[in-house]
Design a protein around this ligand. Sequence first.
Ligand SMILES: NC(=O)c1ccc[n+]([C@@H]2O[C@H](COP(=O)([O-])OP(=O)(O)OC[C@H]3O[C@@H](n4cnc5c(N)ncnc54)[C@H](OP(=O)(O)O)[C@@H]3O)[C@@H](O)[C@H]2O)c1
Length: 337
Amino acid sequence: MTDSRIATARLGATGPEAGVQGLGCMGMSFAYGPSDANESRATLERALELGVTLYDTADAYGAGENEKFLSPFFRAHRDEVVIATKFALAIPPDDPTRRVIRNDAPYIRQAVEASLKRLDVDAIDLYYMHRRDVNVPIEETVGVMAELVREGKVKHLGLSEVTGGELRAAQAVHPIAAVQSEWSLFSRDIEANVVPAARDLGVALVPYSPLGRGFLTGSFAKAEDLTADDFRRQQPRYTGENAAANAALLEPIRTVAEAHGSTPGQIALAWVQQQAAVHDLPVIPIPGTRKPTRVEENAGATRIVLGEEDMKLLEPIAAQVAGDRYADMRFASAGRE
Ligand SMILES: NC(=O)c1ccc[n+]([C@@H]2O[C@H](COP(=O)([O-])OP(=O)(O)OC[C@H]3O[C@@H](n4cnc5c(N)ncnc54)[C@H](OP(=O)(O)O)[C@@H]3O)[C@@H](O)[C@H]2O)c1
């Protein structure tokens, strides 16, 4: 692995320039078992050295803890980083273990102030609606987000887990820089409607969970390999018979990895990255890791070019995956297409 910086891409027609691969920071405070804070901090610094400049968080990750954890790093490197955070998964006062989706104006206004305070910055570079509340017209939500841009609190807008139609309606109100949705060798449903809409509108795609939440690297094979509090234990793809069936799907990824002298995880990331050329739009995946050596490995994937034969071997995988992306599919846009 060379130490040279990774290539850059623009986050959509109107968005900022960033390294062609970003860093998902969620696991540093939330969802994937215990983290070592020093190791996470070293990961952030190593990522930046490698040219990884888009850092992804959300107010919901650890109920604000992730934004607070990242703040010193962002402040130390304010001009070099693109800070992306999100609103919409609210904690109801009567039950801190639950999340309700809120897209209404009073909630957005309260959420942005809280994120700015925790991050301790003057403006958020990319502010996403994390999930869609179907009771609020998207035009209304994006209208409020556009006000935040005019007020200087937010520089660019993004949407997560929206349909192609919702993206088009949103773009009619204010330019959208990026759509963040799950996209990987295991999750390709956005290719039907969301990706074509993004291409037409000049919106970038930011694939989340590009490593299939780690499953595509082979770092775990089933729910029982994970700690008791790990969110992936509840995900249908990684439990019981589904996990065993899905583990068998990794074989062609290993074959391609061997041919390239790389790791399966790098092939998974190279495949997502290559969707930029396949679909003719900017694609900036945000693999999540808390380890400097893994961020090096992942950034190295930006230099792998898969050939036609490789793509053919990888093509049939997604259609064979057993189990939904979420236990509660209200969290996915696919049901609304
Ligand atoms: N918009 C949304 O609704 C949404 C949903 C989910 C995630 N996200 C965002 O997307 C980011 C990435 O998604 P994700 O974290 O769910 O999944 P992911 O990037 O597909 O996978 C992350 C997992 O893979 C492991 N990993 C990473 N690099 C590895 C390597 N080279 N070798 C072996 N294992 C490796 C990580 O472990 P270690 O951390 O221990 O290295 C972690 O457990 C998140 O951090 C978050 O910012 C957004």
